[in-house]
Structures are given as C-alpha cells and as structure tokens.
Design a protein. Sequence first.
Length: 410
Amino acid sequence: MNSAYVVEAVRTPRGRGKKDSGALSGIHPQELLAQSLNRLADKSGLNKKDVEDVVIGCVTQAGEQGANIARNAILAAGWPEEISGVSLNRFCGSGLQAVAFAAMGVASGAQDLVVAGGVESMSRVPMGADNAGLDGNNELLRRKLAQVPQGISADLIATIEGFTRQEVDEFALASQRKAAAAIQEGRFSKSLFPVRDANGAVALERDEYPRAGTTLEALSALEPSFAKLGATKMGPRGETVDELALQRYPNVRAIQHVHHAGNASGIVDGAAAVALASEKYIRAHGIKPRAKVRSLATVGGEPVIMLTAPIPASHKALRLAGMQTKDIDLWEINEAFASVVLKVQRDLDLDPARINVNGGAIALGHPLGATGAMLLGTAVDELERRNLATALITLCIGGGQGIALIVERV
C-alpha cells in the first residue's frame, strides 16, 4: 500500500449551537463548509483542479444539511464544477471517517489528492431533525433490541465503572482549564480561521463555547440531565428507559445519573477540512506534508452501552500500525461524556497527561459531523508545537461503534 499524507488541516471556530444567539447560527452550513474549503486551498497552496473528490461527514442530513452538502459546498465555494463530493454519516465519527475514506483512496493508489472534513450546524439543523429516532423507527428492530439514548449509556458506563459524580465533574473542570490555557496561548491559531457573514464581516474568530470561569462548585450544582428521561416509560410493556438498558445488564441494580450539561459535550456549530495526498503527488509538486496516516480502524460494539468501542478500535489501530499504547505521544479521545474518556483511559492504562491536552468537547463543543476532522488537525498542530511524533484520535459512535486513526508527524 502507498502512504497517505496530511498536507494541511483547517477548522472554523465552534459557535454555540443556539438558534439566533450563537455567533454562527446565521450562516448556512453549506457556507461554513465552503469557507473551510477555501481556507484550506489558500493555506495549503494546492491547485483546486487537482482535487479528485471531497468527502464530508455530516450527521443530521436533513433540511439545509441535506441534498449532499459536500457537493453543494463545493459549488458554494466556487471550486471547479468537475470536482465531485460525497456526504457520509457515521454519527459522531463522521468527520474522522471522512478523513479515513480519503486516506484509503490515496493509499490504494486510486487517487492522489482528496479533501476530507465535516460540518454540523446544530443551531439550524438540530439533532433529531431527520426524524429517524434511535433505530430508524424500525419496529421489528426495536423488538429485537431496545436501544437507549446516549446519555443513559454514558450514565450506565459510570455506574458499572464506579465513576462518581465528583470524578466526572473533576474531569469536566480539567477540560475547561486545559481549553482556557490553549486559547490564551493561541495553540489553536494554526488551524483556526475566522468565519465571515454574507457581508464579509467577521462573525466569529475564536471558540465561543468554553467557560473559562467554570468551578467545581458550579458543576456540582447542576441537575443530572438524564434522570427524568431514564424514568420515562418507553418500553413495549411499560418499561422505563433505564429498565430497558438494564435488561442487557441485569447485574446492575440501578443506573446512577451523573452526567449533565457541564460534563457532557457541548452543542455547537462548526466545520473542518483536511487535504490528503499521495507521495507521488507530494514529490511532483514539491509539497512538504505535515503528517502521515499510519493506520485506521473501525469496530462495532455492544449497542446498548454503545460508547465503549473506542477501546477495541484503538487496539485495532495500534495492532495495524505495529505499535503499543506507550508509542503514542498524544491521545485525542472525543469527550462525548466524561465517563467515556475515563473508561478509555482506565482500560488502555493511559497517562492522563497525554490525553486531550488542549481540552475537549466538554469545553469546546462537539459539532457532530466535523469533530473528528477537527481533532485530527488539533493533534497535528500539537505534535508540531511539542516536537512529538505520534497521535491517536478516537471517537465513540452511536449505535455501538468506534473509530481510531493514528498519525505520525513528518
């Protein structure tokens, strides 16, 4: 197989995902992505005509995010009409999956230059706007398997692992503090670019979601977000949501609800773009790449607890790269919920000092389809800043899946 190289990566700031009040809520998601594509082209100096495909992650492909947002963003950006685009949905792993598919195309020798990335405008196209439910509203599937919302799964993980409310809140506080330090020191500035509105005025130039003044006392005062949902009757025989989850885990007496808005990922808007090229293309055009994709992996996991598959996905990516956990300098583990990262850290026996060193989605937000591509760019930036070699990026995925990708700095 050939190698796939990361040439460049860019991202928008993350704007609060609130209709009419978030700084990016007035901007169409196609335009968020189009600006990312143009920023990528400008920063990398790549010839747009050489791009063979644009692969974009987007989770809620409805309304303004429907109609193949990848292709429409290409047109909105003014890129050559000959460039094709495809939109994909692997839930929270969509942005990293887009990068993985682009890397596959390059490594196979079928393509030489592919742009990947993701976009999600959660203020304009909220979660659930596709009216698909947890299972595509398939009654036959529902009778075979009672899936539950991710917040219930996160609380189930915390219950089984014995993670207390204080532990998940302390993790959230650390995420906020690390993000605040990263912002203050300009660590995101290499990939970050300001988003402009239709009149050319800057709409947002830095991440809007973080709360630098967060305290443990403030977090401890927040009510659990999923306790009422867990007590809601949704089962075919009148079972509550918690009871449906515990059917798969009969040894657990009751779910302890510890997650809330302060220790779970934030709802935000954002987009990201990454250019991947073959060694042949790089040599022919005198390009200095930033990183090489060492391996990539996806796995399926138990669909009720749902959020633990980053563990086997990371093991698989490490095995494919001929590496061990000690060989990874930095870990980007998506902070969908605090318990997810704590579980991965525990099971892989990771050094906390190497995990999410600039904070994560609890502090910065999680624009579903874009997050994976954003984390890749953050990892490459930080490898360069610290003069380190390797990073592993991994995300939990709805329905019980995991994705992991290893990059090595060039």
